[in-house]
Design a protein around this ligand. Sequence first.
Ligand code: C2E
Ligand code: CA
Ligand code: CA
Ligand code: CA
Length: 279
Amino acid sequence: AKERGKNNYQFYTLAMTERSLERMTVERGLRRALAERELRLHFQVQIDSVSGLATGAEALVRWQHPEWGLVYPDRFITVAEETGLIVQVGAWVLREACLQAKAWIENGGPFASVAVNVSARQFLEANLFQTVRDILSETGLNPNALELEITESAVMQNPESTLQVLRQFQALGVRLSIDDFGTGYSNLTYLYRFPVQSVKIDRSFVIGLADDGSSKTLVRAIVALAHELRLSVVVEGVETAEQLAFLTAQGCDSLQGYLFSRPVSAEQFSQAFIGAGLR
Ligand code: C2E
Ligand code: CA
Ligand code: CA
Ligand code: CA
């Protein structure tokens, strides 16, 4: 038993060293990525559940690394948040998403808005509001064509100061959405006070629909609550026709998931969903 304890200890310190090495590598790489323009935006279509039309997209950042290939945000967003680099990454994402949405809206068609993820650190530390306002005027995108997604857990870290920032965005006309809804510990009083237009039901509930009980009940309850508060309900992670049937029957307003499309490059998105390519 003693022997094993020692091995575990060595394993533990090795794992810790590997983790901090990985962090340093990612941090250094990310600085270069910003300078060398290695970041990319992919777009995942959002489908209006009534019309079946592509009314928007969520912008999702990727990193095209010269050696590692396409790196997904799970590998670098946490490091970006911890180092503060998220402020620069986030500004890049916002500008790129607004430029793209502007072009798609000018193309006509039902495409109406782009959703951008904003992390807690961006929300509370940097001057996000001024950044967004500048980018909107620079790109000429109508503020109501931009939606900011902030996670429920980020909102709840500091609800009072979040509320102040949300009110500024509301006055500007930017749309706001609470992401990963149902996974945090929301104080419903805040949900009522937050000037948001939609909640986004987390994928874990969609996965859970296949099992016996609670996910179905929770989805029904979230939709009822949201609609009572006049919020629109977006669902992420829709993969099967069964999930789609249940979610539309419950009155979910907007749908996103591999059933419709994976996140794709701007060029692929244009071909599939904008203008002539529209289905
Ligand atoms: P999220 O905001 O919850 O985004 C949804 C994630 O689920 C995306 O992963 C998306 O590709 C994936 N997804 C969508 N539909 C399906 C589906 O049907 N099945 C499955 N299995 N997955 C699906 P992705 O792109 O790897 O992003 C992961 C997370 O990274 C995001 O979770 C978000 O929290 C964060 N993130 C992505 N882009 C940004 C960004 O620009 N800024 C910030 N701050 N965070 C970002
Ligand atoms: Ca999101
Ligand atoms: Ca989400
Ligand atoms: Ca999620």
